[in-house]
Unconditional design. Structure first.
Length: 230
């Protein structure tokens, strides 16, 4: 884990792309897209049906690493509204154990606006937790501290003529410092969008600076994406 300053507090970003808030012992993950492989299988594209196991194992590891007592999932938790019904027993058991062991909240996204039965944690369209708004998609014009997902940001670099793509968080800073963040997709079968894509930059406005950040070599590596005109 590496520390980062956000909304006037110190947070921790894990190598897997989870964000931990020591205040309240809360773990935040975005875009799990559980049961994506089984969704594609129903449309004739056969993929190994173990993505949910892998994703939930990574969530469990992040909980152990951080000691989190609460978990917020920032939307697109399942790849579609029927994902939970398709989940095989082993993965369903993992999910049940995780949601029993923590105070678990599902924020709904565009992929899974419905389809959350009782017994697997609380469900909300968005939540305000200790002054920070948690939602699936960043709201342009938002002036409150905000955490979101949806865009699956990835940093695209060329190093020694080699293209490198890494999941990253995108942080927008205003006059008071970093206050809005888009988390990387956490799911095992999630792709990504260039962190500098105009759609991401537009979603983070208003801002004075927008950066991509990711853990690298035990520290937080920062890559400027956009700066306001002087």
């Amino acid at each position: 884990m590496v520390p980062l300053s956000f909304a006037g507090e110190e947070w921790w970003l894990t190598r897997s792309g989870a964000l931990f808030r020591p205040r309240g012992e809360a773990l935040l993950v975005a875009d799990l897209h559980l049961e994506k492989a089984s969704f594609f299988a129903t449309h004739g594209q056969m993929l190994p049906p173990y993505d949910s196991r892998e994703t939930l194992a990574r969530v469990a590891e992040a909980i152990r690493e951080t000691g989190a007592r609460r978990v917020f999932c920032l939307g697109d938790n399942f790849h579609d509204d029927h994902g939970l019904a398709r989940m095989e027993p082993h993965a369903a058991g993992m999910l049940a154990a995780l949601t029993r062991a923590t105070d678990w909240v599902w924020i709904t996204g565009n992929h899974d606006a419905h389809g959350f039965p009782a017994g697997f944690g609380a469900v909300a369209e968005e939540v305000e937790d200790a002054g920070v708004v948690l939602r699936h998609r960043a709201c342009p014009g938002e002036t409150r501290p905000e955490l979101s997902g949806h865009f699956h940001p990835r940093l695209h670099l060329t190093v020694r003529e080699r293209r490198i793509r890494r999941p990253c968080a995108v942080i927008g800073a205003g006059e008071g410092g970093p206050s809005r963040m888009i988390l990387p997709a956490f799911g095992a079968l999630t792709g990504g969008m260039d962190a500098a894509d105009p759609a991401i930059l537009a979603a983070m406005q208003p801002a004075r600076a927008i950066d991509a950040v990711l853990p690298a070599g035990g520290r937080l590596a920062t890559f400027p994406l956009w700066r306001a005109a002087a």
